[in-house]
Design a binder for this molecule. Sequence first.
Ligand SMILES: [Zn+2]
Length: 167
Amino acid sequence: MNVLDLSWNLVEQSMEKVITRYCKNCGKTVEFKDSLIRRHNSNGKNIYRYAIFKCPKDHTWNQKLSIYKAYTEHAKVREELIAIENDNKYSLQIESLREQGYTQIRIKINQAYGAVRLDKMLAESLKGWSRTEIVKKIKNNEIQVNDKVCKPSQKLIKSDNITVIIT
Ligand SMILES: [Zn+2]
């Protein structure tokens, strides 16, 4: 079994665009807008993925979206993730994972902001499977949360562990 381990922070889509927070440069609380630009940073052990937000005066704030373990065997997946960053979503190509011999994806939820549904999140993150197919896989027990049978509508919370079998 070849497992891809991921660690993600989830943000509900409707919440993603504007974040009200203190801007150090403006010296006050302002609305930061999602620039839709994504950036990766590495410290050797992990790859960090950020969304770049901008205040009305163009000061930037980076929101941490996800962390990928920088294991050697994940190198190709990382390249893949970086290659698709331009579509503004972090997503995984199922076909590419299959070609690389992955049989399972494990996603640990570090943080979940807002109500993020399991089926919707997976349909947006896993390219190659439609939402209908995702729902079917959840019902067939090929997708589990915390090693249990779950519902497509299940809301994801901090510390949830999602397991996806790639068949
Ligand atoms: Zn500012």
